[in-house]
Design a protein around this ligand. Structure first.
Ligand SMILES: Nc1ncnc2c1ncn2[C@@H]1O[C@H](COP(=O)(O)OP(=O)(O)OP(=O)(O)O)[C@@H](O)[C@H]1O
Length: 276
């Protein structure tokens, strides 16, 4: 039986053609929700120590592709996936791999900040206990809160409810909860869409700090945000030619290259704002 240790983050990542290490290699040939083909033909590598942004119009499959990276779609009824997701060369969809173990290495932060109705301290400690971490809990909680740039704001009120924090602080608490178990990769699904511009900038700065330690993949509607935070950008679009609405990868590039000199006509039109 393949257990957590086969996903051990000490396994060397696969080198890319550009010499960068690919931590997650995602290839979606076809992805279905029931009979609906949601995504096709999308090969998106996630490189070590980089921020990779997923952009594209609504419904093109950005969140679906992101959720494939840590098997979050497994929870959706009717989900079927033809392709592969390799984490450090290991197939995370192998029948013997435990999805809970996958999420230990590939954590996630969602669109809406979703702290639990418990204290700030326990919000972070919860993830540790869930992963059977028993040692150094207070130190780990502090380290995660520091890592999420929240410690100074909450250190004197750790017993207060996580729900008492502002939206931006709640999202940083969720980031602290996600990094407490020291994942290799952090997936962020529109992490700023519910936040005001100041809280958004704080999260963006935090992403730049976090990539020193974690590889990040982020879905964003905000093209300026992708340009500010991402090293690599994947642009997805929706194919309606066969009467369906199937998302696919149009272009994956260095962010600067994709925004300044895109190869594909659809990318050019999208970044010029010709469709949304
Ligand atoms: N759980 C689900 N069950 C059925 N269909 C779904 C499910 N989740 C998403 N879809 C469909 O899959 C397609 C891709 O959705 P997805 O949310 O991945 O797109 P997106 O690009 O992230 O969109 P948005 O930018 O609006 O969030 C859409 O047509 C959506 O309706």
């Amino acid at each position: 039986m393949i257990m957590t240790n086969t996903l051990d983050s000490s396994i060397v990542a696969e080198p890319n053609t550009n010499g960068k290490n690919v931590v997650i290699d995602c290839k979606i040939r076809n992805l279905y929700y029931g009979k609906f083909r949601a995504v096709r033909d999308s090969h998106i590598p996630v490189e070590e120590g980089q921020v990779t942004a997923f952009i594209g119009p609504s419904g093109c499959g950005k969140s679906t592709a992101l959720r494939c990276l840590n098997r979050m779609n497994d929870l959706v009824r009717g989900f079927r996936f033809d392709g592969h997701v390799h984490f450090r060369g290991k197939d995370i969809y192998h029948r013997n791999v435990d999805p809970v173990a996958v999420r230990r290495y590939i954590g996630m932060v969602f669109q809406q900040p979703n702290p639990f109705a418990m204290s700030i301290y326990n919000n972070v400690a919860f993830g540790l206990r869930l992963n059977r971490v028993k040692d150094d809990i207070p130190e780990r909680v502090e380290s995660a809160l520091r890592g999420a740039a929240l410690w100074d704001e909450v250190k004197d009120k750790l017993k207060n409810s996580g729900l008492s924090l502002s939206g931006g602080q709640q999202q940083r608490l969720c980031i602290a909860r996600a990094i407490a178990t020291e994942p290799t990769v952090l997936l962020m699904d529109e992490p700023c869409s519910a936040l005001d511009p100041i809280a958004t900038r704080r999260i963006e700065e935090l992403m730049t700090e976090l990539k020193e330690k974690y590889t990040i993949a982020v879905v964003t509607h905000n093209l300026q945000q992708a340009q500010r935070v991402a090293d690599k950008t994947a642009f997805m679009y929706v194919d309606t030619s066969d009467g369906g609405r199937t998302g696919y990868l149009v272009e994956y590039e260095d962010t600067g290259q994709l925004f300044e000199d895109p190869k594909e006509e659809y990318t050019k039109q999208y970044i010029r704002g010709e469709f949304s």
